[in-house]
Design a protein around this ligand. Structure first.
Ligand code: NAP
Ligand code: MG
Length: 475
């Protein structure tokens, strides 16, 4: 084992303020809701107090977005809109260190991930969509695709800034205005994005950012003057929203949960596959909708692969999210930690074999050691339900057909992984996967040019790429 000296990033870089306010009609304002305290899950200390929205604030935000749409943004030429969106992208890059440290403090994810994935990907989404703003007539959605109007958007806590970018960038590029609510446990990076939007000089009301819990989200999505709802979060809440919008004629896209199969065939390069499996389930503490949480291994290589995997997982460093050597940071909340613990107990009770990394865990904060269950059968809860934590369930298969059948035996369908030397096998298996994203000999790669989204209970609609524009256009 290597010995590492601590290498913490300085928390001063985050420019934390004691209080954060919401962003409505171009101004930072106090909401009339009960203020919330956001916590650093790595230490359990309160980071800041955040003002939240009451129903009247939601209404103000939607009215501001409507005005901005009618008077300015909806009729602005795409080439002009693009300038603002490019500016947001560049400002995210300029403030990238600050955003990365803030994101790791509020969410608990390792600084190397917020620095190398979340913040650059957020900037990339603004750059990419800025490029589309004046080319929508050539996007394959008709000669003159129109915006929808006001978009009401609700996002989860696992990639707070990145999810905000995935929502806001396409909406702005297509000429819509936005009211967005980040998750209750991770509001800070979205409110700094509001500062950036103000710095970029966007016309007031084009983007409005509210804070608060699920009731604020519910008020946004059910507001009668919202034309388009985009939701990322749990399948449970997604179903509630779909019921609410049924028959209203308002547009909806849902990005929900997943239980992705990561399939390793016997001809796969096993050392590379191990890296992909680790990235698939331990990236972002496993708080990833498209996580490779079900590993399907061909029986003939299962013992060898599992041995290599345990050796590799034993080297993962769990702890201080701000330490540059940390591989697995903190679980986002006590509530989520409890959920993970409960599901892991069902794995024990149902007879799966649990292996847990012997890594030391900090005394304070919410942490869960990387865990691998083998001897898992398809009927077990740990094979069917989303754990949303650093827990892998391993199943085996004998033939390629059996692998495909097991991979598709899920109510979800967000992503899948295939590991094999054979190109023909990649194409064969990818064709048969009922999943929106299929990675081959890699996993958890995100790019704004590639559409992302699900089948079945993982939702509908796509984000990213030319296809993703359609969710915000009247075509
Ligand atoms: P969640 O409970 O559904 O929350 C998501 C967001 O919705 C939060 O902002 C939440 O507010 C808000 N909300 C709660 N109840 C609502 C309601 N009735 N109406 C409108 N908004 C409401 O999900 P979560 O547990 O925080 O997030 C994890 C889930 O998100 C996982 O299932 C994961 O797979 C999924 N996810 C999917 C994708 C994807 O792209 N497919 C990406 C990331 C995560 P609060 O913050 O107050 O709860
Ligand atoms: Mg927090």
């Amino acid at each position: 084992m290597w010995e590492y000296a601590p290498a913490p990033e300085s928390r001063d870089i985050a420019n934390l303020k004691p209080n954060y306010r919401m962003f409505i009609d171009g101004q930072f304002v106090e909401g009339a809701g009960e203020p919330l305290k956001t916590v650093n899950p790595g230490t359990e200390e309160v980071l800041a107090e955040v003002s939240t929205a009451a129903p009247a604030d939601v209404d103000k935000a939607v009215k501001a977005a409507r005005r901005a749409y009618d008077r300015v943004w909806g009729k602005m030429p795409g080439s002009e809109r693009a300038k603002y969106i490019f500016r947001i992208a560049r400002l995210i890059q300029e403030r990238s260190r600050e955003l990365a440290v803030l994101e790791s403090l509020d969410n608990g994810k390792p600084i190397k991930e917020s620095r190398d994935v979340d913040v650059p990907t957020a900037a990339a989404h603004f750059f990419y969509h800025a490029g589309w703003a004046d080319k929508l007539a050539y996007a394959g959605h008709g000669p003159d695709p129109r915006p929808l109007g006001v978009a009401g958007q609700v996002i989860p806590w696992n990639f707070p800034l990145m999810m905000a970018a995935w929502k806001i960038a396409p909406a702005l590029a297509t000429g819509n205005t936005v009211v967005i609510k980040p998750a209750e446990t991770t509001p800070l990076s979205a409110l700094v994005l509001a500062e950036i939007i103000q710095q970029a000089d966007l016309p007031p009301g084009v983007v409005n950012i509210l804070a608060g819990a699920g009731d604020v989200g519910a008020a946004v999505v059910s507001h009668p003057d919202v034309d388009k709802v985009a939701f990322t979060g749990s399948t449970e809440v997604g179903k509630i929203i779909q019921r609410q919008l049924a028959g209203t004629g308002r547009r909806l896209s849902l990005e929900l949960g997943g239980k992705a199969a990561n399939i390793v065939f016997d001809d796969a390069p096993l050392d590379q596959a191990v890296e992909g499996i680790v990235n698939g389930i331990f990236f972002n503490q496993g708080h990833v909708c498209c996580a490779g949480s079900r590993l399907l291994v061909q029986e003939s290589v299962a013992d060898e692969l599992l041995e290599k995997l345990r050796v590799r997982v034993s080297t993962l460093r769990v702890g201080d999210p701000l330490d540059k050597n940390t591989d697995v940071g903190a679980i986002n909340s006590r509530e989520q930690l409890t959920k993970i613990q409960q599901l892991v107990e069902t794995g024990d009770a149902e007879g799966a074999q649990r292996w847990t990394s012997a890594c030391p865990l900090p005394d304070k904060g919410f942490y869960f050691a990387p865990t691998v269950f083998s001897n898992v059968s398809q009927a077990m809860r740990i094979a069917r339900e989303e754990i949303f934590g650093p827990v892998l369930s391993v199943l085996t298969f004998r033939t390629p057909d059996e692998a495909v059948a097991k991979a598709n035996n899920t109510p979800y369908g967000l992503s899948a992984g295939i590991w094999t030397e054979k190109g023909s096998r990649i194409l064969w298996a990818a064709q048969k996967m009922r999943a929106g994203v299929v990675w081959a000999n890699t996993f958890n790669r995100f790019d704004p040019t590639a559409p992302f989204g699900g089948y079945q209970e993982s939702g509908f609609g796509r984000e990213g790429g030319r296809t993703g524009l359609e969710a915000y256009l009247d075509v």
